[in-house]
Design a protein around this ligand. Structure first.
Ligand code: GN1
Ligand code: MG
Length: 354
């Protein structure tokens, strides 16, 4: 049992605790009580999120906004305050904890098992985006500064190359060349943001399907979770990150790269679901969808590569070279996108035509 749970009000006494292996950053546990109540307890990784107050403050602000709009249920989960009224528990040893009620009959998929699952994922993130349309995005704190600032991600890669603490550079020459050759295209979306050509929105920024809860029986989306990276951003960050993960024909850490391609049918399904749930997207935003997918994919590859050079300090790994394998799948997916760029544009145009 994790001691932290006893600092929260629970229905009954916690009697069991099981770690749920999902995500690369925080630790997640399922707690059950003798009254049969279930809770999700999470340990927040302070190396990644030094400012827990900023995260929880963002959560409180958007949760209040959604409640006022009567939209609370579908959009996001709600955290429970500690017994002494704080929105997280600080264990005094560098650990921060929070809980929410386990959503009954919910499941969380590691990969879409078919187009219907992916469409539900699209609707959940589209709905989240839509429900927060009108929230003053600039009021939110940047919980990770420059999270999707692609030029900054390139600079971090260069810093890691220069330091190369584990002499891993010779092994990744090909990947480095791949990333550096594509710098201009990868940074184009950031340029649009800086020039104000796309509206600033409240975005989730980490839209993997395992950040959505689905109903076990109907397999309809219930709500989105993992809200730590909710920040001001571009709508196509959310679109693109979901594509990167869920419209790939293989796992994020697949070592057989022949299995990795962009699945155009899944790309279509997601585009349709996202746009349907978020009709407030502007023409400029929908036109930027392919670029969003491209940017999120190459940026994620660069982040995995940077972390590999730095000695795997950010993303948790389960085997040697895990982050390098992850980087390689992202770059393979980029090649597939380059090959199918025209089709991606056509699909977006078809699915967002009114
Ligand atoms: C991390 O925590 P998790 O696994 O949902 C990361 C995302 C990456 C993703 C890659 C805060 O998400 O940005 O896209 O891994 N989250 C953070 O799978 O850095
Ligand atoms: Mg997650």
């Amino acid at each position: 049992m994790k001691e932290a749970i006893f600092h929260f009000p629970t229905e009954g006494t916690p009697v069991s605790c099981r770690q749920i292996k999902t995500g690369h950053i925080n630790e997640t546990y399922l707690i059950e009580t003798d009254a049969g109540a279930k809770y999700i307890l999470q340990w927040i990784n302070r190396y990644v999120f030094p400012n827990v107050d900023a995260i929880m403050g963002n959560m409180t602000a958007i949760s209040a906004f959604l409640q006022e709009k009567g939209q609370d249920g579908m959009a996001m989960i709600r955290y429970i305050d500690t017994l002494d009224g704080h929105n997280y528990y600080d264990d005094g040893q560098g650990g921060c904890w929070r809980i929410y009620r386990f959503v009954d009959n919910s499941i969380c998929l590691q990969r879409p098992e078919g187009p219907e699952d992916f469409c539900e994922c699209a609707k959940a993130f589209g709905h989240f985006q839509y429900a927060l349309n009108g929230f003053p995005a600039e009021k939110l704190e940047e919980t990770i500064v420059g999270f999707h600032d692609t030029p900054a991600r390139y600079r971090q890669l260069e810093a890691a190359m220069a330091a190369d603490p584990l002499d891993r550079l010779p092994e990744v020459e090909k990947e480095l060349a791949f990333a550096l050759e594509r710098r201009e295209r990868a940074c184009a979306l950031h340029g649009l943001r800086l020039r104000g050509e796309l509206p600033l929105r409240v975005t989730h920024n980490d839209t993997k399907i395992n950040n959505v809860l689905l109903d076990k029986d109907s397999r309809k989306a219930i709500c989105v979770i993992d809200l730590d990276t909710v920040m001001p951003g571009l709508s196509v960050f959310d679109f693109g990150d979901a594509i990167r993960y869920g419209a790939s024909t293989g796992d994020e850490d697949e070592t057989d790269l022949t299995k990795i391609e962009l699945d155009l049918e899944m790309f279509r399904v997601f585009t349709r679901g996202f746009y349907e749930a978020c009709p407030s997207l502007t023409k400029e935003e929908t036109a930027a969808m392919p670029l969003g997918a491209y940017t999120m994919t190459i940026e994620c590859g660069i982040r995995f590569l940077t972390d590999y050079l730095n000695g795997d300090k950010y993303f948790s790994i389960e085997r040697e070279k895990h982050n390098l394998d992850r980087c390689r799948t992202q770059f393979k997916l980029i090649e597939s996108m380059e090959e199918h760029w025209g089709e991606m544009e056509r699909i977006v145009a078809e699915e967002t035509a009114r």
